[in-house]
Design a protein around this ligand. Sequence first.
Ligand code: AQP
Length: 338
Amino acid sequence: MNKNFKQVVFSGVQPTGSLHLGNYLGAIKNFVELQKKMECIYCIVDLHAITVFQNPKELKKNILETTAEFIACGLDFKKSIIFNQSSVSGHAELAWIFNCISRIGWMNRMTQFKEKAGSNKENASVGLYVYPSLMAADILLYKATHVPVGDDQKQHLELVRNIAQKFNNDFKSSNFFPIPEPLIQKKLSRVMSLRDGKKKMSKSEESDYSRINLQDSEDEIRKKIKKAKTDSSPIPGTIEELKDRPEALNLLSIYSFVINSTIEKTLNTMKGREFSKFKNDLSDALVATICPIGKKIKNLKNDQSYLLKILHEGTERANSIAEKNLDKVKEIMGFVLH
Ligand code: AQP
């Protein structure tokens, strides 16, 4: 479908707090791999973050911290473009244009808005409602063809595809925007909360015991896994037997993914074991994966000028692509450029 386009990857992460295991396994690990194959643009989406109130001091700290987390996880700023969204004004401009392309009916179907706005929808920001228009702008500003995201973003990406298609049709520019494809981790697309296997692991969940943060110490990781919710039955031999055991399935899936195995193999070797014993193995695997990243983050966080330099360089590179594409959009739409 996108064969006439250069293969470009775009993805973003909100600077709304320390990154957790869900962000890492569901998205960032994939970002790192993709750098080997395609041109990649990774954005700290601060304009998305403010769809929910952000304390200005915290926001600044979180933008720099997310930059440090990107680098510590293995993103290479010399190869990939790494920058913060608000420093390239094209994102907000194109988002407005897309607000005029998107249909209210499309937005009304977004489950993330319903979940995040909760029962008090009238009091949610308009920005939270039109979040997918900004997401479309992020991706299409760079004519990105591939978007690595966690499974939770699948519906938003479908809307982005609709926006791209509608723009191309409305302005009879059939090949102007690519129709971006989601790249969703198949083995582990959604990491669930350690307290509730039906909810996704999330930065904004009140209890810190619901998630493993990339900056957690060894002790914290072990304590959180020990307290993670499970049930009283031992590990079964088949996936079918995990159907009504979401917490057990989540821990076993995390373990299998982290040790680079499959859940089938894990069940084969661990069948009949008590969860209390399995939790030791899971903690060991997580400590070995997460703690070295956490150490790097802590070192990088102390070097603010280095992090600012990375964002500055990335912004210049992103802006030069964005300006050209946005001018072309304006020309297609009939705006007067001078
Ligand atoms: N639990 C998860 N499992 C798999 N992937 C996940 N992602 C987030 N949570 C999980 C993926 O991580 C990328 C960055 O997400 P984000 O921080 O921009 O936004 P989010 O999806 O809203 O993440 P949070 O943690 O739930 O943040 P808050 O609480 O601030 O809303 C995305 O690709 C996402 O799919």
